[in-house]
Design a protein around this ligand. Structure first.
Ligand code: FES
Ligand SMILES: [Fe+2]
Length: 371
């Protein structure tokens, strides 16, 4: 069986047309127009580092205290610039290739050819550079000439009242929009996260509102969020806050929940607990390749023991991620369907994902030629 025949057979099994699969893959192409975190700022030392975004290898480096992103490919013999070093040239820091020492300034212009200095300025060589910014403990890159939307807001990251922690990244074999939908899926907590974020005896989805606000998809849960109490940490609850059920041994903690989805991939969850306690979960699944993502997560909370946030929040999140991973990696087709008629949607249950898909489709139409 040829690859084409295999793809046709597979699409038939999936119940989708070849055109639809191709249209869905345009979502990935559109991702170049937005900001994505590619690494944690603390992992970038004084020398270049390698990162991956939308199928391209990048060399990330700090030059004169500014983060820079280069295509990780020297114009001379194609080795990785991320193997290079930072050097001084006329009072500015530049990136020097490890192979033959060609140098590039912060805009990617060739400034030195050690073997033939006379040719500098005569050879039209330049390495592609991209927008790069350091924010919220992350290095962000946008590969388009101009980012289509501003970067997501996360004001609590710099608030001294909050303890913040970045979480070790994990790579998944799936597409970024599938992962965002999973993050926002209010119907899966009872099944995938029974005893953690939901209760299998109460699969009902709480009433919620979804609307657009600028470039952000806003979601607000209109009734209190109930989470099983047994996995909560001491700093999350006080006995007076626990909602004990009269007719069973179930007990819950209550919180208010809202989300900001800076389109298309950055999710900020805000939980308000009694006693003016707030927890923020900042999340972005960066597309490394068409079918691989890197989960970037930052936590912030204004309560509890600062030294315990790792143990309490990070370990809990890793458990929750491990519960989601096999489900999301198994979704077919891998790309999110832009055509809503291909999957079934429940009113008041799948509203968020329907709104998300519609907006994603509009962005693709706008940004990808021939979509
Ligand atoms: S490959 Fe980079 S200088 Fe030769
Ligand atoms: Fe989940």
């Amino acid at each position: 069986m040829t690859t084409t025949e295999w793809n046709l057979a597979r699409n038939q099994w999936l119940g989708v047309s070849e055109e639809s699969v191709q249209a869905d893959s345009r979502i990935y192409e559109a991702m170049r127009n937005f900001w994505h975190p590619v690494m944690f700022a603390e992992d970038l030392g004084s020398e270049p580092a390698q990162a991956m975004l939308c199928g391209e290898q990048l060399a990330i480096v700090r030059l004169d205290d500014e983060v820079r992103a280069y295509k990780d490919l020297c114009a001379h013999r194609g080795t990785a610039l991320s193997l290079g070093t930072v050097v001084e040239n006329n009072g500015c820091q530049e990136l020097r290739c490890a192979y033959h020492g060609w140098q590039y300034d912060c805009e990617g212009r060739l400034t030195a050819i050690p073997q033939r200095p006379d040719l500098v300025g005569k050879i039209r060589a330049r390495v592609q550079t991209y927008h790069a910014v350091e924010r919220y403990g992350l290095i962000w890159v946008c590969m388009a000439e101009e980012p289509h939307f501003p970067m997501a807001e996360f004001p609590k990251f710099d608030d001294p009242e909050y303890h913040t922690r970045t979480m070790k990244t994990v790579d998944w074999k799936c597409t970024s929009p599938r992962r965002v939908e999973n993050y926002l899926d209010l119907g899966h907590f009872a099944f995938v996260h029974d005893g953690y974020l939901g209760d299998i005896n109460h699969p009902e989805v709480p009433d919620h509102a979804v609307w657009r606000e600028g470039h952000v998809l806003r979601i607000e849960q209109l009734e209190p969020n109930k989470e099983p109490v047994n996995t909560k940490f001491e700093s999350d609850i006080e006995d007076s806050e626990i909602d004990y059920q009269e007719d069973s041994d179930e007990a819950y903690t209550m919180s208010d929940q809202e989300w900001w989805v800076t389109m298309p991939l950055t999710v900020l969850l805000h939980q308000t607990l009694p006693g003016d306690r707030h927890y923020y979960l900042f999340f972005h699944p960066t597309p490394l390749t068409p079918d691989t993502i890197r989960n970037f997560t930052v936590h912030a909370r204004n309560y509890g023991d600062a030294d315990k946030i790792d143990e309490e929040v990070l370990n809990f999140s890793l458990t929750v991620y491990a519960q989601d991973k096999p489900i999301v990696e198994a979704q077919r087709p891998e790309a999110l369907h832009r055509d809503l008629s291909y999957e079934l949607h429940l009113q008041d249950v799948d509203t968020v994902s329907m709104q998300y898909r519609l907006w994603l489709g509009e962005l693709v139409e706008e940004l990808v030629v021939d979509a």
